[in-house]
Design a protein around this ligand. Sequence first.
Ligand SMILES: Nc1ncnc2c1ncn2[C@@H]1O[C@H](COP(=O)(O)OP(=O)(O)O)[C@@H](O)[C@H]1O
Ligand SMILES: [Mg+2]
Length: 412
Amino acid sequence: MAPERLEVGTTLGAGRYEILRPLGAGSQGQTLAAIDLRTGTHVAIKRFNVRGAESWKDVELAEREARVLAQLSHPALPEHLDHFEEDGALYLVMTLIEGDSLAELRRRGELLDTLELLDLLRQMSSVLRYLSQRAPSVVHRDIKPGNIIRRPDGSFALVDFGSVRDHLKPGGSTVVGTFGYMAPEQFQGRALPASDVYGLGATALTMLTGAEPEDQPHQGLAIDVARALERRASDPRVRLLSQMLAPNPEQRVHNLTRALAELARPSSGGDGSERPRAPKARERRPAPRQRKRRNAPPKAPRGSRIARADDDDSAGPPFGATRPGLLLLAGTLLVAGFLLFPMATMLLLLLGSGWWIVSSLFFGGAPKATEADDSETPGASESPPRVRIAPLSDVAPSEEQPSTSRKSRARR
Ligand SMILES: Nc1ncnc2c1ncn2[C@@H]1O[C@H](COP(=O)(O)OP(=O)(O)O)[C@@H](O)[C@H]1O
Ligand SMILES: [Mg+2]
């Protein structure tokens, strides 16, 4: 009987594979890096201890993993190389994928930035499409950070087909998956291709925030992606992840490839061309009222949804729309003032002269202004000499006429 844990240097498969190092250990088995002594290549070997299995279902899943993987071929999946039984254990030999799992990255405190996340979603969407197009369609059922490996070149691979389901059984099937990453319908034993979209969405959110799905803010049954990412709900990435994490599989993103292509369109504002800090900077923009000033430079490409979301806020600048009208009015008044001022001045001069002539003819002299009434004296401004303030004492009695002016009469 094979030991519980295999040591480095142990050989398997009738001496063909030599164990190099452990890759991971689950409750029912071990995954190891080994060298194929026949070819000299490095491989990954997954060992399932049949005798330690809790039920035949587990054994069936282990066998299914080898069978399904043998039928798959995709650059983001390990390639099935061999499988055999030895000393009461099942062994699956596959190509070794270099790199670290996302769970390992997260343990080290490394999260994904926006660009890496979009890469992850694009590459995984290609795998999910490939799996769903098999006949019958294949559902992975356990997409989570521990089952995605980031290669040194930055590409991603999906491993662990130990929970895979390759046919749809009426009446549901066994509940498998990992709590938090499992779509709600999986709890009813109803796994669909859309269930993998949910697992991928939850993985993406974990790798952006560092928090497990159950620790994310929720709204009802759904994860509140906008709050989790501290971004606006109108951000295209928030919308995409929210749709991937819709609790109802019918409302979930079905065609992830198309949704990502839509996100990459420049008008969506989510083409991933910005670094991860940029959206946060946009979030830190001033409050809407200040943001909406007409002269403020655009914060997002013209026509982008973000920009449209800003424009949509119908309040708008309170005076912006009437400013040109005010400018026009002011200009008109200025021009009119320039034209009217000389005319008014000439009119007043004429009136003043007329009054001078009339008063000279009928009263025999110009009226004299006094300190108290100079400002009200008709014609005071049109003829400066007449504005001179004359003390009453200066006025010779002989010159004073009984009816010089109504004003001087009032003073008296
Ligand atoms: N083909 C592979 N190449 C490299 N590493 C692998 C491969 N398959 C699995 N691993 C690593 O081993 C770990 C455990 O393997 P996995 O198949 O997920 O087992 P389990 O069913 O116990 O979760 C994974 O998290 C991954 O890091
Ligand atoms: Mg695993």
